[in-house]
Design a protein around this ligand. Structure first.
Ligand SMILES: [Zn+2]
Ligand SMILES: [Zn+2]
Length: 247
């Protein structure tokens, strides 16, 4: 198989550079569009090989298109990731130092919470303990909406979570910074922030909501896959991919 980049690969990469992250369905459509536009053979099953070819060329630039899963919908995403910088300094061209300090505080609140969420009130309160130039309430609110717009955070009814892009790009950073808090999902073994937790104190495994939905589907009684205790949480239903698409 050819590992040469063609015009179709270049066009795909350009779109990734401008959008940062696309869901699997959009990646498939984009793959088809790029191949058809540049008269190259389109093999739908070979999207990952197509991206592999791009990644080979991106390697010397310490960039990579990486696949990840939304903790919210269970949907697959592709994100263009800078491998050279794994911490938040990757955001320093877009955000001031005090803004990054508040983002780190927000990540801390989210990662150390039980449900993987932080309320806007908690985030506003945490601005009081900033060591760099303090952000006013209105500045914090503006910053939060920028972080959502730039796809670092997701917001639902005043609660903030780490976005799929943030988790794909910052997983190594999150793992090293928050070792005490971060667990991996018992089912898919990816980092688990928004998840359900086994209430047996000696067990305490975590499972993502979409993984819970898939794992317990068709099982007569939900029991923890690690300790066999009753699983006391509401079992979410498996959602169809398109209706849950978020960007
Ligand atoms: Zn999982
Ligand atoms: Zn358990």
């Amino acid at each position: 198989m050819s590992r040469q980049m063609g015009d179709s690969h270049r066009r795909f990469l350009q779109t990734m550079m401008s959008s940062g992250i696309v869901d699997e369905q959009d990646a498939r459509k984009l793959h088809q569009f790029c191949c058809e536009t540049h008269n190259t053979q389109h093999v739908p099953e070979q999207l990952d090989e197509f991206i592999g070819t791009i990644n080979t060329q991106l390697q010397p630039l310490f960039m990579q298109i990486r696949k990840g899963t939304s903790e919210d919908s269970g949907q697959q995403f592709y994100a263009l990731v800078n491998m050279a910088v794994t911490d938040i300094t990757r955001m320093s061209s877009d955000y001031a130092d005090n803004e990054l300090e508040l983002f780190v505080k927000t990540m801390e609140l989210i990662v150390s919470s039980e449900n993987g969420k932080a309320s806007s009130t908690d985030i506003l309160n945490s601005a009081d303990s900033m060591t760099s130039k303090k952000l006013k309430k209105s500045e914090t609110e503006h910053l939060l909406s920028r972080l959502v717009q730039d796809k670092w955070l997701d917001e639902k009814r005043g609660d903030y979570t780490l976005s799929t892009r943030c988790i794909i790009e910052m997983e190594p950073y999150i793992r090293s910074m928050y070792q005490d808090h971060v667990k991996v999902c018992h089912i898919c073994h990816n980092i688990a922030i928004q998840s359900q937790i086994c209430e047996n104190p000696v067990c305490g495994i975590k499972i993502h909501n979409p993984c819970v939905a898939r794992y317990f589907q068709g099982k007569p009684e939900p029991r923890c896959p690690a300790c066999n205790d009753f699983w006391p949480h509401e079992i979410p239903r498996i959602r169809s991919p398109r209706s849950t698409s978020r960007r």
